[in-house]
Design a protein around this ligand. Structure first.
Ligand SMILES: Nc1nc2c(ncn2[C@@H]2O[C@H](COP(=O)(O)OP(=O)(O)OP(=O)(O)O)[C@@H](O)[C@H]2O)c(=O)[nH]1
Ligand SMILES: [Mg+2]
Length: 318
């Protein structure tokens, strides 16, 4: 919750609160399903003298599989939760002097990074959080990538290169006031287009021989043009790519993720137990273990609920 409370607006806090409400709804649905299965199983075990419909293998497999699908959907949503917690790591990459630090400053609306006309100005990485379209981005300004004899700059360049692999999103910048260099072309080849936004900066002083390449966002930080288009594109890339747009609920607590994984394991065991033709008592133990893991998240205890459900489903003892 650190970033959400410290770095983003109240509206995001509010929407995360809403999402957590949805999580508990999903958990209740899994809980209801499992309680119902447990009640049927236990009634079969405990009240054989009553005329209760027999719990079939097909019924069990079908219902346990349903519960597993629901748990699985929540586990997928935990990836979304991670992004809300930690922010989308976003590296601004490009050759020296293309305007990377200027872009960071523009996005932050403050002069955080040093900007000069001297190529190789940024040596060390600067990171800042901003909220764009309700999504926290961790923007990383990097040293311009080029061959250099300067040791300090070399270290910076190496760090920038490592970021190509380790970030969620890359903002790659070229400078239209000078020709595309061969090194730049090679670098572009290395980038994964599904996680890169290509930006053509300095449209205000574009060389005659250069145009804005197809699919690139034209930008002039000097004239403050194109920044809005970029800010629209950033959340769009996230939503269309790594983040599941359908996931309208999130699991953003590591302990909850572990418990869901454990619940999944118990339900898998239940399927295995059924498959081996083991008695219902053993299937029941596996399902109950799974339910207990779910209940560790919601904080309810299992015992009396199953009994209540048995009485609700079957008119036993009445
Ligand atoms: N004409 C023009 N100049 C720009 C624009 N954006 C940035 N600049 C200038 O380009 C120069 C380099 O900008 P920086 O933001 O320091 O570039 P950088 O990519 O961070 O450079 P390194 O840190 O050396 O890798 C500065 O003189 C900026 O004022 C633009 O849109 N148009
Ligand atoms: Mg810089």
């Amino acid at each position: 919750m650190d970033i959400i409370s410290a770095k983003t607006e109240k509206s995001l806090e509010y929407s995360v609160g809403q999402l957590e409400g949805k999580l508990s709804q999903r958990l209740t649905a899994i809980d209801d399903l499992l309680i119902d299965v447990m009640a049927n199983v236990e009634a079969n075990i405990d009240y054989p003298e009553y005329d209760i419909e027999e719990v079939t293998t097909a019924y069990l497999n079908d219902h346990i599989q349903q519960a597993m699908d629901m748990v699985d959907a929540l586990l997928k949503a935990s990836e979304t939760g991670k992004i809300y917690r930690e922010g989308i790591t976003t590296a601004i990459l490009g050759e020296p002097n293309v305007g990377k630090s200027s872009l960071l400053n523009t996005l932050l609306m403050e002069n955080k990074a040093i900007v000069t006309e001297i190529p190789g100005t940024t040596r060390d990485i600067i990171e800042e959080y901003i909220n764009i379209g309700g999504i926290p981005f961790k923007i990383i300004d990097t040293a311009g990538i080029r061959e250099t004899d300067n040791l300090v700059e070399q270290i910076g360049v190496e760090k920038s290169r490592q970021l190509i692999k380790n970030t969620n999103l890359i903002l790659f910048m070229t400078d239209l006031s000078r020709p595309f260099s061969e090194e730049e072309k090679t670098l572009i080849e290395e980038l994964d287009p599904s996680k890169t936004i290509f930006i053509a900066n300095k449209t205000d002083s574009m060389m005659e021989t250069r145009g804005v390449p197809e699919g690139w966002i034209p930008l002039s930080l000097k004239e403050d043009k194109g920044v809005e288009a970029l800010k629209d594109k950033m959340p769009e890339m996230v939503m269309g790519g790594s983040v599941d747009q359908e996931a309208d609920y999130i699991v953003n607590n590591v302990r909850h993720v572990h418990l869901l994984e454990e619940a999944m394991g118990c339900l898998k065991n239940a399927l295995g137990t059924i498959d081996m033709g083991m008695p219902l008592e053993l299937v029941s133990i596996d399902i109950k273990d799974g339910l207990e893991k779910i209940r560790e998240i919601t904080g309810r205890s299992v015992g009396s609920d199953i009994i209540n459900q048995i009485f609700k489903n079957f008119c036993i003892g009445k």
